[in-house]
Design a protein around this ligand. Structure first.
Ligand SMILES: [Zn+2]
Length: 326
C-alpha cells in the first residue's frame, strides 16, 4: 500500500463489488447536510466539519458530541438510519451491521431506550439493504446494564450484537456485568487493540467475543507473545484502515499490519468505522488495499470472510449470493 488514507478514485470493479460491512457507527456516518438541517430546526449552530483535529483516539472521538447533541429523538435516529442505508446502497453494500449507543441520544430509561432502538430497526426492516443492529455502550459512562438489557429485549428482532466503544483506556472490566448479560443472548464484539496494544486485547478476550473492533495492534504480540497472537487469530478482526490512520494507530498505510495478519491466517474484514469522520466509503477503504498483489478475487474473498463472521451469517451470505447472481 502506498496510498495515504484519503478519498481516492474508486476503480469501477471495486465500486461494483457486492460488499459486506460489519463495523459502521451510525453517528459516525451522519451526513453533514442532515446535521445542518437538524441544527437549523432547533435554532442551534451547525458543525461545519466532523473531521478530527488530532491523531489520537481521544481527539477522534471529540466531534461525535456534535452528532449526539443534535440527534436526540427516535425520529431523527430513523432519519440518519435511512440515509446511512441509502449511502451504503449507493456503494453496493449488500449486508450491513450498523451500530450505535442509544444512551448517547436519549434519556436513560427503558421506554426511551426501546423507542430509540425500535425506530432504528423499523428503518432497517423497511430498507432494501439487508441490515442488522449492534447496540453499543460507551466506556466509562453509566447505565451499561440498562443498555445491555435493552439490547437483549430486541434479540431476534434485528439486534444481533453488543459492543463496547469509546475511550479504550477504560478497561472492559469496568463493564463486566453488562457485557456478560448481553452475551447471554447476543453476539459480542469489543473495540480493542486500537488505542492500546495487546494488553487491551487480552482483557477483551476474557469475555470470549466473537469479533474484535480493530484488534490490529495484536501485531505487537506476534513475536513477544505468540500464544496471545494465536488465541486472537481465532477471533474475527473488524479492520478499519483509514480510521487507524486518523487515530494514530499507524502513521501510514504502508505500515498497516493487514497484509501480515492475512498471511498469518487471521479472519478479517475491511470496514469504514466512521464514514463522515474519516471521509470514506467501504469502496474507498477496499481501494486503499488494492495493490498489484491483491486481486479482485481476493477482495471478493474478503467479502465472504466478512459474511462468515456476520452476526446473522445466513442473511449476509444470502445477500451476497443474491447480489452476485445478477
Ligand atoms: Zn468503531
Amino acid at each position: 500500500m502506498t496510498q495515504k488514507a484519503s478519498m481516492r478514485t474508486i476503480p469501477p470493479e471495486i465500486a461494483l463489488l457486492p460488499k459486506v460491512s460489519l463495523h459502521d457507527h451510525l453517528d459516525g456516518g451522519v451526513r453533514l447536510a442532515t446535521l445542518a438541517d437538524i441544527a437549523s430546526a432547533k435554532g442551534l449552530p451547525a458543525p461545519t466539519t466532523l473531521r478530527p483535529s488530532g491523531r489520537s483516539l481521544v481527539e477522534y472521538l471529540k466531534p461525535f458530541s456534535h452528532v449526539t447533541s443534535l440527534v436526540t429523538s427516535p425520529d431523527l435516529l430513523a432519519r440518519i438510519t435511512r440515509e446511512a442505508l441509502d449511502d451504503l446502497e449507493a456503494d453496493n453494500v449488500v449486508y450491513a451491521e450498523l451500530r450505535f449507543a442509544p444512551l448517547l441520544h436519549v434519556s436513560p430509561d427503558p421506554d426511551a431506550l426501546d423507542a430509540a432502538i425500535a425506530a432504528v430497526l423499523d428503518e432497517m426492516r423497511a430498507h432494501q439493504v439487508t441490515s442488522r443492529l449492534i447496540v453499543c455502550h460507551l466506556r466509562g459512562t453509566e447505565h451499561d446494564e440498562l443498555a445491555a438489557s435493552g439490547a437483549l429485549r430486541f434479540a431476534g428482532r434485528g439486534v444481533v450484537g453488543f459492543d463496547l466503544a469509546g475511550d479504550e483506556s477504560i478497561s472492559p472490566h469496568a463493564h463486566a456485568k453488562a457485557i456478560r448479560t448481553a452475551h447471554e443472548g447476543l453476539a459480542l464484539t469489543l473495540h480493542a487493540g486500537e488505542a492500546l496494544g495487546p494488553d487491551s486485547i487480552r482483557e477483551s478476550l476474557s469475555y470470549s467475543p466473537e469479533r474484535l473492533g480493530h484488534g490490529v495492534r495484536i501485531i505487537e504480540a506476534k513475536s513477544a507473545e505468540p500464544a496471545l497472537y494465536k488465541a486472537t487469530s481465532t477471533r474475527h478482526l473488524e479492520v478499519c484502515p483509514s480510521s487507524n490512520i486518523h487515530t494514530g494507530v499507524v502513521s501510514h498505510l504502508d505500515h498497516h499490519p493487514v497484509h501480515t495478519l492475512l498471511d498469518d491466517g487471521f479472519s478479517l474484514s475491511i470496514n469504514t468505522d466512521n464514514r463522515t469522520m474519516s471521509n470514506t466509503t467501504l469502496s474507498n477503504e477496499i481501494s486503499l488495499l488494492a495493490t498489484a498483489d491483491i486481486s479482485l478475487s481476493m477482495l471478493a474473498d474478503l467479502q465472504d470472510a466478512a459474511a462468515r463472521a456476520a452476526f446473522d451469517r445466513a442473511a449476509a451470505q444470502a445477500a451476497l449470493a443474491s447480489a452476485r447472481s445478477v
